[in-house]
Design a protein around this ligand. Structure first.
Ligand code: CDP
Length: 233
């Protein structure tokens, strides 16, 4: 049919269900899924491995500029590689999460990663999730979603997610880490999390994964069909 492949941008706070939903929607559309948060996590991991504190802005930005990040989709998920090594597991540990805020606030790191993200999505056919995707990375995305859920629900989800990976976590500690990250995400000077005026807002507190996937998939299909209708072209 050869329809024009669109860009779908999804933003929202930590553990709001973005990645699971974005990955599934990408799979149904046959699009590439890019988890932009994984890139900030990868820079954090490489800095810590090099013995650099994540608040050393210049050194961390140099690492971001030097490393080669790539995504390799398989049937299950999209794995993230740094310099040829699969770091998908290592970037999700609480240690990375605890050290990530200065990396996300680092202006040069953001510039470097935003450019890589724009490159990855430039020909469309991509679902990307993060904090600044609807506002900075792809302000021209055909479909923009802002996903939210209460902090308590998000903490519950994160605890189960970690449990599924055999990582134990205390609910109260996870809840306070989520609230701390919300504050950092909403208030940083560069690339803060904010609701784009033209984003569709989806509160997932009481929604199933299937419902939110279908909602986004339907919105995407409506746009794709409209784009490929004869009166438009
Ligand atoms: O999975 P979770 O929601 O915990 O976070 P993530 O999407 O893996 O993102 C990790 C961190 O990277 C977040 O706390 C954000 O501060 C930052 N981030 C960002 O600054 N910009 C993005 N586009 C994506 C993530």
């Amino acid at each position: 049919m050869g329809h024009r492949r669109i860009k779908i941008a999804i933003d929202g706070p930590a553990a709001s269900g973005k990645s699971t939903t974005a990955r599934e929607v990408a799979k149904r559309l046959g699009y590439l899924y890019i988890d932009s948060g994984a890139m900030y996590r990868a820079v954090t991991l490489m800095a810590l491995r090099a013995g650099i504190s994540t608040s050393e802005d210049e050194k961390v930005a140099d690492i971001a500029a030097e490393i080669k990040i790539s995504f390799r989709p398989n049937e299950e998920r999209t794995e993230i590689y740094v310099n040829g090594e699969d770091v998908s597991r290592d970037i999700r540990t609480p240690r990375i999460t605890a050290n990530i805020n200065p990396v996300a606030a680092n202006f040069r790191v953001r510039e470097i990663l935003v450019e890589k993200q724009q490159e990855l999505g430039k020909s469309g056919g991509v679902v990307m999730d993060g904090r600044d995707i609807t506002t900075v990375v792809f302000p021209d995305a055909e479909l923009k979603i802002f996903m939210n859920a209460s902090p308590e629900e998000r903490a519950n989800r994160r605890v189960s997610e970690l449990a599924g990976k055999n990582l134990s976590a205390d609910y109260n500690a996870v809840l306070s880490s989520i609230k701390e990250r919300d504050t950092a995400d909403f208030t940083r000077a560069h690339g803060p999390l904010k609701q784009a005026t033209d984003a569709v807002v989806i509160d997932t507190t009481l929604k199933s994964i299937e419902d939110q996937c279908r909602e986004i998939y339907d919105l995407a299909m409506a746009i794709i069909e409209k784009n490929s209708s004869p009166e438009k072209n």
